[in-house]
Ligand binder design. Structure first.
Ligand SMILES: Cc1cc2nc3c(=O)[nH]c(=O)nc-3n(C[C@H](O)[C@H](O)[C@H](O)COP(=O)(O)O)c2cc1C
Length: 164
């Protein structure tokens, strides 16, 4: 499990998915994207990122680019977290997401509503949110996140392990 997060809320989403996997008996390492040197040795990989200005954060994009060859060899799930209606719903890089899913042969991509806490943002970020008329708040639905993780676990448990 590896997820890029700037202000922590996507990291918390990743932790809930990891917990769901662990609860199903699947050992799960949670590693920051920049620290993932290889995907070799893992039976499956989940990669996520917060969405900023319509794009995944650079560390998550870089992870997928660096390890694409290895990721094509294992089941992969992707998720994004952002504020669905803001700053630009249409700008949420649907083509990039589709390209990533297709290029990796990912089993799926899920978009989760995120969290926007004014106290955590820089002045520049607040200005962006103001210009986009973004709404502050925590829109995360951790039950939906957990259910998504349980779905992944169910798929993996039904399959034979790939590594020794
Ligand atoms: C400057 C800025 C730009 C953002 N741009 C987008 C965006 O384009 N699309 C989106 O859905 N959410 C956008 N968001 C919302 C974040 O994705 C959301 O707050 C997310 O939960 C933050 O995750 P993090 O706490 O892991 O960094 C933006 C937030 C900020 C502060």
């Amino acid at each position: 499990m590896s997820a890029a997060s700037k202000h922590g809320s996507t990291r918390e989403i990743a932790a809930v998915v990891a917990q769901a996997l662990e609860s199903a008996g699947i050992a799960c390492d949670v590693v920051e994207p920049a620290d993932v040197a290889t995907a070799t040795g893992y039976d499956a990989v989940v990669v996520g990122s917060a969405v900023y200005i319509g794009q995944w954060l650079p560390d998550a994009r870089d992870l997928v680019d660096r390890l694409a060859e290895q990721l094509r060899e294992v089941p992969v799930w992707l998720f994004s977290s952002g504020l669905a209606d803001q700053p630009s719903k249409r700008g949420n890089s649907a083509p990039a997401t589709t390209a990533r899913v297709e290029s990796l042969g990912a089993r799926g991509h899920r978009h989760f509503p995120g969290k926007l806490d004014v106290l955590q943002l820089s002045l520049a970020e607040r200005a962006t949110i103001l210009a986009a008329r973004g709404k502050y708040g925590d829109n995360r639905d951790m039950d939906a996140v957990r259910a998504w993780g349980e779905g992944i676990a169910a798929e993996l448990v039904a399959e034979p392990a790939r590594t020794a």
